[in-house]
Design a protein around this ligand. Structure first.
Ligand code: HEC
Length: 251
């Protein structure tokens, strides 16, 4: 019996130290104070909108957001007109013309954010061999995603922007410590709620919050449902207790 498992056990004993090492050269994300933490936490709409501004002002040049439709932005507080105006700034594929040639048209509310590149080859060619991943689900795809994105973007050494000879940038939070993305945030890109210029740290929080919403737009519904279930159970417990007392009162 043991013999049958030997290869698996051997493989495990080699694999474990290697993965422990790989994890060792990546810093743990710093915990930020998110508005949606805790059972009553909700998204801060103004923060999500600031994150959207940063996304459309910068990240969109290289990253897709393919699971988000322009009309979804109404959920974070944009009016229909604002969402429509934003959509119109993007070109998407239209119907073929009378000759069968491809056409483009301005995006509409029902369209998704278009990909910045025509294909993976183009993405790779323009980014030093690395492909910028779609960001819609990034906050869910990485452990501790919201904190990870915020930490990755605000890393101090990274933001000094000194590339290696291979064109990579030191980032303590990225697996392996070297990332192909040049620091994307700079002072003057985003503003705070009071209109003052946002620091790299503040922008990192805002864009990480926005990307948390894109990955989990139903977070508030889910929490609301959890609360309702708990309330229901409390009421049910009370009722059951009262009826038990009643039923057994004269026994
Ligand atoms: C000039 C192109 C470019 C811009 C602009 C850019 N990125 Fe990137 N980004 C990349 C590339 C290339 C990678 C892949 C890096 C790698 O694999 O080494 C990447 C990777 C990432 C990752 C993935 C890290 C991981 O764990 O895989 C995140 C998160 C990210 N970018 C966020 C952003 C955000 C947020 C913005 C806007 C503030 C932004 N990026 C702007 C090119 C860009």
């Amino acid at each position: 019996m043991m013999k049958r498992f030997m290869p698996a056990i051997l493989a495990l004993s080699f694999a474990l130290p290697a993965s422990a090492l790989a994890a060792g050269d990546q810093a743990h994300p710093e915990s930020r104070n998110w508005s949606w933490n805790g059972i009553f936490g909700t998204y801060d709409r103004a923060q999500l909108q600031r994150g959207l501004e940063i996304f459309t002002g910068q990240c969109i040049n290289c990253h897709g957001l393919k699971f988000i439709h322009f009309r979804d932005l109404i959920q974070i507080g944009l009016s229909e007109d604002q969402a429509e105006a934003l959509a119109e700034q993007f070109e998407v594929a239209g119907d073929p013309d009378e000759w069968g040639d491809p056409t483009t048209r301005p995006a509409k509310l029902f369209d998704r954010f278009p990909d910045p590149y025509r294909n993976e080859e183009e993405a790779r060619a323009l980014n030093n061999g690395a492909v910028p991943p779609d960001l819609s689900l990034m906050a869910k795809a990485r452990p501790d995603g919201s904190n990870y994105i915020a930490s990755l973007l605000s890393d101090a050494e990274y933001n000094e922007g000194n590339p290696t000879d291979d064109g990579l940038y030191h980032n303590a939070y990225f697996p392996g410590g070297l990332i192909a993305m040049a620091p994307p945030l700079y002072e003057g890109l985003g503003v705070n709620a009071d209109g003052s210029d946002a620091s790299i740290d503040e922008m990192s929080d805002d864009i990480a919050a926005f990307l948390t919403w894109t990955a989990e737009p139903r977070l508030e519904d889910r929490k609301g449902m959890g609360l309702k279930v708990i309330l229901f159970l409390l009421v049910l417990t009370g009722l059951l207790y009262v009826s038990k007392r009643k039923i057994w009162a004269n026994v």
